[in-house]
Design a protein around this ligand. Structure first.
Ligand code: GRG
Length: 302
């Protein structure tokens, strides 16, 4: 299934993605209290055509745990807002310095650096407002805020980004071990994917056993996602990806293909996806969309 796209995932994924897009739009509608330029930059990046992988995981996880997925929509929107903020900041000259994202000029290229920084800050803050206000009951809202703060904060996404940048600037002194690479990715990208599943489980009031099965699925999926991301950077098509390729090798970054070669990376990703699909099937009835999503992650071209 070479080059599969998220739009071709079986029902209910495509319907959920349309619902997520509508809900994200609604959170930015009629915000006359936001400065116009800031609102425009937030909307520009949030609605730029991301795959919506993380919010989709939130809704699918809520559904497989027996909840109406609509109850999890605020959590789904919140994690996409935080993901979008991380991409805006990651593209800045002080970080990865990328002028293309999601097939368009990146936020700072379109709006200037200060507006891009502030649009990222505003999306991060809005995410917590949305969850605290719109998830019921309040104890579940609080649990979701704690989980998402942990995934996005210094112990995970921000910390992983710090160590990734530190490795890049260490040059010859960098720790180029597989352990370091996996530790960076587990925190930088993996935690946001496992937490997407956890948020769905929290909203659904899932059992500890279900949460652990979802976590097992998410850990395998998250690492495979990153390996595929590295492979796309060295072998992908810029026009399909909507961003520049070959950036990792130009910057001498530690990646799975640079450490273990392209073929072994591909095999590792496929093995992880098999584990993820086994974990999804252990969830029982209704897990097929999670299986299909894992297969999409392995075969994606953007
Ligand atoms: C700046 C605090 C801060 C963190 C940045 C997640 C991250 C940390 C940087 C993203 C850089 C990057 C390209 C990581 C590789 C994996 C990844 C997160 C890719 C982008 O996610 P997709 O493929 O993107 O889900 P779309 O655009 O589809 O949402």
């Amino acid at each position: 299934m070479a080059g599969s796209t998220i739009e071709t995932l079986p029902s209910p994924a495509a319907e959920y993605i349309r619902d997520i897009d509508r809900a994200l739009e609604a959170y930015l509608d009629d915000r006359n209290d936001y400065p116009g330029q800031l609102l425009e930059a937030m909307r520009y990046s949030l609605m730029a055509g991301g795959k919506r992988l993380r919010p989709l995981l939130v809704l699918l996880s809520a559904k497989v745990c027996g909840s109406d997925p609509r109850a999890a929509m605020p959590a789904a929107c919140a994690i996409e807002m935080i993901h979008t903020y991380s991409l805006i900041h990651d593209d800045l000259p002080a970080m990865d310095d990328d002028d293309m994202r999601r097939g368009k000029p990146s936020c700072h290229a379109a709006f200037g650096e200060s507006t891009a920084i502030l649009a990222g800050d505003a999306l991060l803050t809005l995410a917590f407002e949305v969850m605290a206000k719109d998830i019921q009951p309040p104890a579940t809202a609080a649990a979701c805020c704690v989980a998402l703060a942990s995934a996005a904060g210094a112990a995970n996404m921000v910390g992983g980004q710090v160590d990734d940048l530190a490795q890049e600037s260490a040059g010859a002194d960098a720790d180029r071990s597989l352990e370091m690479l996996e530790s960076i990715h587990r925190r930088k990208t993996g935690a946001m994917l496992t937490t997407s599943l956890q948020l769905g489980g929290l909203v659904a009031g899932a059992s500890q056993q279900k949460i652990e099965q979802l976590d097992n699925y998410g850990r395998n999926l998250g690492l495979a996602f990153q390996i595929v991301d590295d492979l796309l950077d060295c072998q992908g098509d810029e026009s399909q990806l909507g961003k520049r390729t070959q950036k990792d090798s130009e910057r001498g970054k530690l990646t799975f293909p640079s450490l273990m070669g392209v073929e072994a990376s591909r095999e590792r990703a496929a093995g992880l996806i098999t584990r993820a699909t086994d974990a999804a099937r252990s969830l029982g009835e209704g897990a097929e969309p999670l299986v299909a999503l894992a297969e999409f992650v392995l075969n994606r071209n953007r």
